[in-house]
Design a protein around this ligand. Sequence first.
Ligand SMILES: [Zn+2]
Length: 86
Amino acid sequence: MIKTDQEAIIGALGSIIGFGNIMHLCEMIWRKRLGDATGGELTVGPCSSCLVRCPHPNSGPSNCEWCCGSGRITKRVLRAIEELNK
Ligand SMILES: [Zn+2]
């Protein structure tokens, strides 16, 4: 299946059930498949390979000032956390 076919299929489905609903469903399905890789469902493409797990104990679905609950942060943010905790 080529990309334009996929775009047409998703476009038709989005017109029926709503594009926001598609994104919500994809996020939910992806989250279930990730297991303990919390927050991976909130990252897409190359950026996900640049992120690391947030060490804050409140990471994940609850609120976290560092990762905003995604559970994933950049390596620079991780260094900032480590510098503050010295
Ligand atoms: Zn966090």
